[in-house]
Design a protein around this ligand. Structure first.
Ligand code: DAH
Length: 335
């Protein structure tokens, strides 16, 4: 179609006749659509005209293009209403944007790091694949200790020597060793992370999280240990938390204790709630200090290991820890 043949006036009429934005857009497309718009085609056709006609035709077309564009704009404004609200419907309520949040486990661990950070504890991390030596020997486990049993830990079948095989760490305690090997006493550190055991029921998962703590100084006592642990549990879970300490055995502490906390998440069995173990703790065994070259006649202190999921279950009254790993948004959104 050549420029001259197009009846641009008819477009003027169509624009002025348009009563809705849709109708106006249709005219706009008819004129300016990139493939088949009348104006687009006319502009494209210019190059085929003889040199003499080209200049005049181009001038003509540009005038029409400007005129029609202005008319469309004006009509647009007219249809959308007077210029003072720019056509924006300020009464329209937009739906709230949904924002995600951290999963409750990493969120809890961040809080742990913050609370201990305020008490002057360093945060340290260790590998999830550990040597048997780190996971057991340095921590004063006897060579024939039952915990080494492959029925309880995930051994890795690789080429490591039989006396120092690799495994998925069964606790965060080896990070104590790594930390003491790399730093000079006094020590104040925590180390959160994943640990692995062959266990699975409503309160045990084969992968779960712990955070370990270590405080070594010249006069650090069991009294300090209880003060730190109680303060932290109160800050993290409940200022009125109830707990009890019982004696317990762990090869790397002497004396060793277990800290239990009252759990009222499932009151079907007993109206009283029940005690759940949330941590093991004690005074670091002199053999462990010797193993990392720290003199136990000068330095002493405590260590503890908390189960993160247990604490969250108690805090949020969750009856089954497996719901934390299922990725069900109906569950996760509640926190
Ligand atoms: N590692 C122990 C466990 O996983 C927990 C533990 C007990 C950690 C006593 C400690 C401790 O640091 O002193 O069962």
């Amino acid at each position: 179609m050549s420029t001259t043949e197009t009846n641009w006036e008819s477009f003027e009429q169509k624009i002025s006749a348009a009563g809705t934005i849709d109708e106006l857009n249709a005219v706009d497309q008819e004129l300016f659509s990139r493939k088949s718009g009348a104006m687009t085609k006319a502009m494209g056709g210019l190059k085929d005209l003889p040199e003499l006609d080209k200049k005049n035709a181009a001038k003509d077309l540009n005038i029409w293009k400007k005129k029609l564009t202005e008319q469309i704009d004006a009509k647009h404004k007219e249809i959308q209403g007077s210029g003072d609200n720019d056509g924006i419907d300020i009464t329209l309520e937009l739906p709230n944007k949904e924002r995600g949040h951290l999963h409750l486990i990493p969120e809890f661990i961040r809080k742990v790091e913050e609370v201990f950070g305020r008490m002057g504890f360093d945060t340290s991390y260790g590998p999830e694949i550990e040597s048997e030596e780190m996971n057991f020997d340095f921590l004063n486990f006897a060579k024939d200790h039952a915990a080494r049993d492959a029925q309880d830990v995930f051994m890795i079948l690789d080429d490591a020597p039989a006396k120092n095989r690799n495994l998925l760490r069964a606790h965060t305690s080896p990070v104590q060793i790594r930390y003491m090997q790399q730093n000079e006493p006094p020590f104040r550190m925590i180390c959160p992370g994943k640990v692995y055991r062959k266990d699975a029921d409503a309160t045990h998962s084969p992968m779960f999280h712990q955070f370990e703590g270590l405080m070594i100084g010249k006069n650090v006592t069991l009294g300090h240990m209880k003060a730190v642990m109680i303060q932290v549990v109160r800050e993290l879970i409940d200022p009125e938390a109830e707990f009890r300490f019982r004696t317990g055995y762990f090869p790397f502490v002497e004396p060793g204790l277990e800290m239990d906390m009252m759990w009222r998440g499932d009151l079907t069995d007993s109206k009283e709630g029940k005690w759940l173990e949330i941590a093991g703790c004690g005074m670091v065994h002199p053999n462990v200090l010797k193993n990392v070259g720290v003199d136990p006649d000068i330095w002493q202190g405590f260590a503890f290991g908390f189960g993160v999921e247990r604490m969250i279950m108690i805090k949020q009254q969750i009856p089954d820890l497996r719901s934390m790993y299922e990725g069900d948004l109906r569950f996760l959104k509640q926190f």
